[in-house]
Ligand binder design. Structure first.
Ligand code: FAD
Length: 396
């Protein structure tokens, strides 16, 4: 480990390769031997988070001008896949943080970029995005958290739930209604960069099936005063579009986590099936097991290709919700299916807690729910298919 962020040239493939190799070495030496114990304890892995910061990952996709690594999405997904192969929870420490940073990079005012991006990149200020509310996450336009303009500031009231990094983080990008009566509803929504001041309360930490050790909490805003300089972009009414845009990166990121878990399940199954013997031979020589291994490998490769394609589309700029939605859908379902197939190959040993398999099986379902459920992804994909088809036919 170095004590400062490595300077990575985001377009130099050799440097990106070296960084990914260094991260993989750290994962093998410092993380893998401790995952089972740390995850079971469900405590925040502060020392590993500090090492993530030393790798510069809190600034992975932030421009070098602000001290970030400036990685393209194509390079970034390689890091997320590598980490998720060993412990998905660790990627959550910086994934939603980088969505918050992307909101500022893409839509922030010049002053907001200067004030926040360097501190986000160093990890001195970190957090995530707060969209979901107790009454729902899919219908974001129905949120009720509101920000009322009073003189030269806004007053925030409401609550958010299932907010990752809400406890250990110190800043959140919060989606709120600035005009609850607006039609269409999305025109009345804005994003604020909110730090922990009086009026900001962290509620309970959720007990979770998986994705343990990382904090996911309730947040309450009670007459929280937020300066107008914290309104992303400086103009109200653009929050919904801003959030939808950075959710593309969020979905690519979730898809990369899916590839990580799907690949880990395949690798564990491959190794175990050569060690375990039944009927006088290793179980990998039974055709029933071979069929599973082949299908698992195909899922990994297909998901990986879709992730690479989505990341490339994101890097080209413009809209990439079709590609991101497809990658997220396929990779998260691959993670879920491969984790249960891996468990079947392990038999009772997979159901027990001595191996990593049961964790893959508990972590994978989150990927089908977070950053827009897979039901919502299918709707996004279908709408985009229809829109693009109409454009091609000239009937739009
Ligand atoms: C561990 C964890 C961490 C999270 N971290 C964050 C975070 O950091 N920030 C944040 O803002 N949120 C976070 N979330 C919340 C997550 O984004 C939401 O759970 C997700 O968007 C779905 O919302 P919901 O759970 O309210 O489900 P609901 O919106 O209540 O949906 C329930 C079901 O109905 C289906 N459904 C809903 N609408 C439709 C429709 N129109 N058509 C078809 N089906 C539909 C859904 O697919 C789902 O199956 C986190 C969730 C978890 C579990």
């Amino acid at each position: 480990m170095t004590s400062s962020s490595p300077a990575v040239d985001p377009v130099d493939e050799t440097e990106v390769d070296e960084m990914v190799t260094a991260i993989r070495r750290w994962l093998a030496n410092d993380v893998a031997p401790r995952v089972i114990e740390l995850e079971r304890a469900d405590t925040y892995p502060s020392d590993l988070v500090e090492q993530i910061r030393e790798f510069g990952l809190f600034g992975a996709t932030i421009a070098p001008h602000y001290g970030g690594l400036g990685l393209s999405a194509t390079a970034y997904v390689r890091v997320v896949e590598a980490i998720s192969e060993v412990w998905m929870s660790l990627s959550g420490v910086f994934n939603s943080h980088l969505m918050m940073a992307e909101l500022v990079s893409r839509f922030g005012t010049a002053e907001q970029k200067e004030e926040f991006l360097a501190r986000f990149a160093s990890g001195d200020l970190r957090g995530g995005v707060a969209l979901t509310e107790p009454q729902g996450g899919s219908d974001l336009q129905a949120i009720t958290t509101n920000a009322r303009r009073v003189d030269d500031h806004y007053v925030l009231n409401g609550s958010k739930s299932w907010i990752t990094n809400g406890l250990h983080g110190s800043c959140l990008a919060v989606l709120a209604k600035t005009d609850p009566a607006a039609t269409p509803r999305h025109r009345g929504m804005s994003v604020f960069l909110v730090t922990k001041e009086p009026g900001f309360t962290v509620g309970r930490k959720f007990e979770k099936l998986g994705y343990r050790s990382i904090d996911t909490v309730e947040i309450f805003f009670d007459d929280l005063t937020v300066g107008t300089d914290r309104l992303v972009g400086g103009e109200p009414g653009h929050g919904f579009a801003q959030v939808m845009s950075v959710l593309e990166l969020g979905r690519i990121n979730v898809a990369a986590r899916g590839v990580g878990i799907a690949r880990a399940a395949l690798n564990d199954a491959l190794a175990y099936s050569q060690e375990r013997h039944t009927m006088g031979k290793p179980i990998c020589e039974h055709q029933a097991i071979q069929l599973k291994l082949a299908d698992m490998a195909c899922r990994v490769e297909a998901a990986d290709l879709l992730v690479a394609r989505a990341a490339a589309a994101y890097d080209r700029g413009g809209r990439s919700d079709l590609e991101a939605g497809m990658a997220k859908l396929v990779a998260s379902e691959a993670a879920l299916t491969n984790s249960i197939e891996c468990m079947r190959i392990f038999g009772a040993a997979g159901y027990g807690r001595d191996h990593h398999v049961e964790r893959y099986y508990r972590d994978a379902p989150l990927l089908c729910i977070g950053e827009g459920t897979n039901e919502i992804q299918r709707i996004v994909i279908a709408r985009q298919l229809i829109e693009r088809d109409r454009q091609q036919r000239g009937t739009a």
